[in-house]
Design a protein around this ligand. Structure first.
Ligand SMILES: [Zn+2]
Ligand SMILES: [Zn+2]
Length: 345
C-alpha cells in the first residue's frame, strides 16, 4: 500500500508491482479509454513525470541526453522520477483539489501536476488523468507518498510457463472491428527497437501473423532488397529459430526480456498472440448458415484499414534509443516526427 508522507493516511488498496505497460504514454483517438493498470497492481515510471514542462531548446541537447532523450521532442517533463501509477479504482482517502481541473476536453489531463489531495491533511498527493485519448490512471506524486511493505512480502514472479494461464487474451482486433490500441502501442515500440538494431538495411518478414502487423511498416521505413535480415518470433514454448532478429516477450511483472541474440522486445500479451494464435477464419461451405442465424450471429467485423502502429509511441521510443544519433536513423526519426499521419502510421 502507499500512504501519505504528511500524515500517514493510507491512500491505496494493497497493490503488487508489475512492469510499466508499453501504452503508458499513449494518446489514442478521441474516446474515453479504460484504466491503464489492472486492478491491484502498480508500476513505477523511471523517467521524469509531469510538470514543470520545458521545451527542447530550454533543456539543451546535453541535459536532455542525460535524461535519456537522444533526439528532439516538443516538451520534456521535468517532474520527479519514480512516479507510481495505479488504477483510479485502487485509490483511497483522496479528494479533488478545487481549481486543479486542467483538461482538454472530456476530463482531467494532469498537465498542471497534482489534482488530488490527501483527505485527512490536504497534502497534494497524486495526479488523476482521465481525459479522452488518455488511459485512465492515478499517478502518485513521489515526494508526497511512501510505500508500506506488505505483510506477506512481494508476490513471487510467475514463471514464463505459468504466465499464459494468468494473462488475459488480447486479440489484435476489438469486437467493434477496430484495431486494438494496445497492439498499436506495442508494435510501435517494437518497431522502433527493431530499427535501432539494424543499420538501415532490409529486413524480411515471413508470411503469417507477424507480417500482418509488422510487414507494411518495415517495408515503408526500410529499403527492400538483398541481403536482408530475417525476423521471427522466439521465446518460451517455441522451438528454436534461426533468424537475425527475434521478437521476444517482455515479462509483464518484472519487465525482464526473454534472452536471445538479436532480441527485439515486445509486450507479452501481444507476443503471446503472435507466437501461438492461429487465425481460423470462417469460410462459406455446404449447408450454409440460414439468414436468420446470420442476422443474429454475424461474423466478427474486420478493421476498415491496414494495421497502423502508434505514431507517438514510435517517435518517443526511438528518441530514447542512443542509436537514434546515427545519421540515417535520425533522418528517419525527423521525417516521421514531422509527418504524423503518413504511412505506415
Ligand atoms: Zn495526509
Ligand atoms: Zn473529448
Amino acid at each position: 500500500m502507499f500512504a501519505c508522507a504528511g500524515c500517514g493516511a493510507v491512500l491505496t488498496v494493497p497493490v503488487s508491482r508489475v512492469a510499466l505497460p508499453v501504452h503508458a504514454g499513449q494518446l489514442y483517438g478521441h474516446d474515453l479509454l479504460g484504466p491503464l493498470m489492472e486492478p491491484g497492481t502498480y508500476a513505477v515510471n523511471p523517467e521524469p513525470f509531469g510538470p514543470p514542462w520545458r521545451t527542447w531548446d530550454e533543456v539543451g541537447a546535453a541535459e536532455a541526453q542525460a535524461r535519456g532523450w537522444y533526439a528532439p521532442a516538443h516538451l520534456l517533463p521535468g517532474g520527479p522520477r519514480g512516479a507510481v501509477v495505479i488504477a483510479p479504482g485502487d485509490v483511497r482517502g483522496t479528494v479533488f483539489i478545487p481549481g486543479c481541473s486542467a483538461g482538454y476536453c472530456c476530463g482531467l489531463d494532469g498537465r498542471d501536476g497534482p489534482n488530488l489531495a490527501c483527505e485527512r491533511c490536504g497534502r497534494e498527493v497524486a495526479t488523476r488523468i482521465d481525459d479522452c485519448s488518455y488511459w485512465q490512471a492515478v499517478w502518485l506524486h513521489p515526494p508526497a507518498v511512501h510505500r508500506l511493505a506488505g505483510a506477506d512480502g512481494p508476490p513471487a514472479v510467475t514463471s514464463w510457463e505459468a504466465l499464459p494461464a494468468q494473462r488475459p487474451v488480447l486479440p489484435p482486433i476489438h469486437p467493434d472491428g477496430w484495431w486494438n490500441p494496445i497492439w498499436a502501442a506495442a508494435v510501435a515500440a517494437a518497431l522502433a527497437d527493431l530499427l535501432a538494431e539494424t543499420d538501415g538495411t532490409p529486413v524480411t518478414v515471413p508470411d503469417g501473423p507477424v507480417a500482418d502487423v509488422f510487414r507494411r511498416s518495415i517495408e515503408t521505413l526500410l529499403p527492400a532488397g538483398t541481403p536482408a535480415r530475417t525476423l521471427a518470433v522466439a521465446g518460451p514454448g517455441l522451438p528454436d529459430v534461426t533468424a537475425d532478429l527475434v521478437l521476444v516477450p517482455r515479462h509483464p511483472q518484472n519487465g525482464e526480456l526473454w534472452p536471445a541474440p538479436g532480441a527485439v522486445p515486445l509486450a507479452y500479451d501481444v507476443w503471446r498472440h503472435l507466437a501461438f494464435h492461429r487465425e481460423r477464419r470462417p469460410v462459406p461451405g455446404a449447408g450454409a448458415m440460414p439468414d436468420e442465424a446470420r442476422r443474429d450471429d454475424p461474423p466478427p467485423r474486420q478493421p476498415p484499414g491496414p494495421f497502423r502502429p502508434d505514431w507517438g509511441i514510435f517517435v518517443a521510443t526511438l528518441a530514447r534509443r542512443p542509436e537514434v544519433r546515427r545519421p540515417w536513423l535520425r533522418r528517419l526519426h525527423d521525417r516521421v516526427r514531422s509527418r504524423p499521419y503518413r504511412e505506415p502510421f
